[in-house]
Design a protein around this ligand. Structure first.
Ligand code: SF4
Ligand code: SF4
Length: 439
């Protein structure tokens, strides 16, 4: 794609990056076929190619974002299916991230929307507040019947519709909190390695059992696990809301505490059980590339970050403790894992090797609609995607559904009675841990 940025514009490293990305796009439109919003809405401006044009116009003409640009960028899930499909290697992720920051800084949203977004950005990354909000949401849940039901699904939902979606996502009960930051779980038997495990923010409130399964499995195989003290939310949630000041501050804080831990007692890896977080931590090196004080440390941390399945695939796991060949697992490939981190086969191979019957889900490239805060901000598109995902999952008649991202797990669980578990819970079970999905 031809671009017309001035030399003065290109002096800005972000614009220079956008220019590089835009020039790689050859308008072929292959990406439209795998874009969930284009598949649902059929509007070119809700396709990757359409959005790329909108972003190009905004950046090139140095115009403030218009209502139309905001509408179509807001509808993008950042699922990155377009990046997997694109034959030209267009880095849509870095382009749309930049557009979201510009929208956040230069566009004035209606007051109610500003308040909602500010509340999400404030509450979600803070586990204490998030826990409290989930308790309040659970109490408020019966009130959803009083809220008006929209006559038709809308791609531009009202505040009430979003509040209704938020209340519907609240779990019926919350588990007790997991171990605190600063905890160290020694290896059982001889120590073969030492890793940090990201504590996460929403996940530690909704499903601390996931990291517990990771700790059980790792320590059982001779790996010491540390939950690094003073670690924060990875910044993914605010990054996707375009609030880069907040996201980068969190990235810097995490880099500092993780590097200090690595220098003090050594770390072979920083493991992540929520692939949405993993994708962003692996991108810290890029996000902080212009920060003289943090660029090289950020690159080091990105290189240390691994999805839990990447690390576990490098360990000789104990032989399966029992035969699971009668248990059919539908493997849901989270977008952040398959498109963001290009991890597609590894989790399935691990599950198969450990005795499970693993089935691919039809249309597995399509997002389930979770996408961070998307299922709150765009509840109608998100619900349609969830229903489509659940229908596709049902086609393989699973006993359980496995996924590697808490957002997907909550989203899919909202539409099915089949237990939804994390891949690591199944691997823990296979190697001697408790059976997951019973609570
Ligand atoms: S990130 Fe997903 S929703 Fe956004 S343009 Fe790409 S494929 Fe479409
Ligand atoms: S597939 Fe890639 S090159 Fe083709 S239109 Fe989409 S982003 Fe551009």
């Amino acid at each position: 794609m031809k671009t017309e940025f001035s030399l003065a514009q290109l002096a800005d490293p972000d614009i220079a990056e956008a220019d590089k990305i835009l020039r790689a796009c050859v308008h072929c439109g292959f990406c439209t076929a795998t874009c969930p919003t284009y598949v649902l809405l059929g509007d070119e401006l809700d396709s990757p190619r359409g959005r790329i044009y909108l972003i190009k116009e905004m950046l090139e003409k140095d115009r403030p974002p218009t209502q139309e640009v905001v509408k179509h960028i807001d509808r993008c899930l950042s699922c990155l299916a377009c990046m997997t499909t694109c034959p030209s290697g267009v880095n849509y992720m870095h382009l749309v991230d930049q557009a979201r920051v510009r929208i956040e800084n230069e566009y004035t949203r209606p007051l109610t929307e500003r308040v909602l977004r500010a509340a999400l950005a404030w509450v979600l990354p803070r586990p204490g507040l998030f826990r409290l909000s989930m308790i309040l949401a659970r109490l408020g849940r019966p009130l959803t019947v009083l809220l008006p039901t929209p006559k038709a699904a809308s791609a531009s939902p009202t505040l009430l519709r979003r509040i209704k979606a938020m209340l519907a996502l609240a779990p019926r009960s919350l588990p007790a909190p997991g171990p605190a930051g600063g905890s160290v779980f020694p290896a059982i038997g001889g120590r073969r390695g030492r890793v940090a495990l990201l504590q996460g923010c929403a996940q530690q409130v909704l499903a601390p059992r996931i990291n517990q399964a990771a700790i059980n499995l790792l320590t059982r195989h001779g790996i010491e696990v540390v939950l690094v003290k003073d670690e924060q939310c990875c910044g993914a949630l605010t990054h996707h809301l375009g609030r880069d000041g907040d996201a980068l501050a969190r990235a810097r804080a995490n880099i500092s505490v993780w590097l200090a831990e690595a220098e003090r007692d050594g770390l072979d890896a920083i493991l992540v059980t929520t692939s949405g977080c993993g994708t962003v931590i692996k991108d810290y090196g890029f996000m902080l590339r212009e920060d003289r004080d943090f660029a090289s440390a950020a690159a080091k941390i990105s290189a240390l970050a691994k999805d839990i399945t990447e690390y576990v695939s490098g360990i000789d796991l104990l032989p399966p403790q029992q035969q699971h060949s009668d248990i059919v697992i539908a493997y849901h490939s989270a977008c952040s894992l398959q498109h963001g981190q290009k991890i597609t086969q590894l989790p399935k191979e691990l599950l198969s090797k450990n005795g499970f019957v693993v089935k691919d889900v039809p249309e597995s490239h399509l997002c389930c609609g979770s996408a961070g805060t998307y299922n709150i901000l765009q509840p109608d598109i998100a619900s349609r995607l969830r229903d489509r995902k659940v229908a596709n999952i049902a086609m393989v008649k699973p006993d359980m559904i496995a996924a590697g991202n808490i957002g997907c797990m909550v989203q899919i669980a909202g539409g099915t009675s089949v237990p939804v578990v994390h891949t690591i819970e199944l691997l823990d079970w296979a190697t001697g841990g408790p059976r997951p999905g019973l609570n």
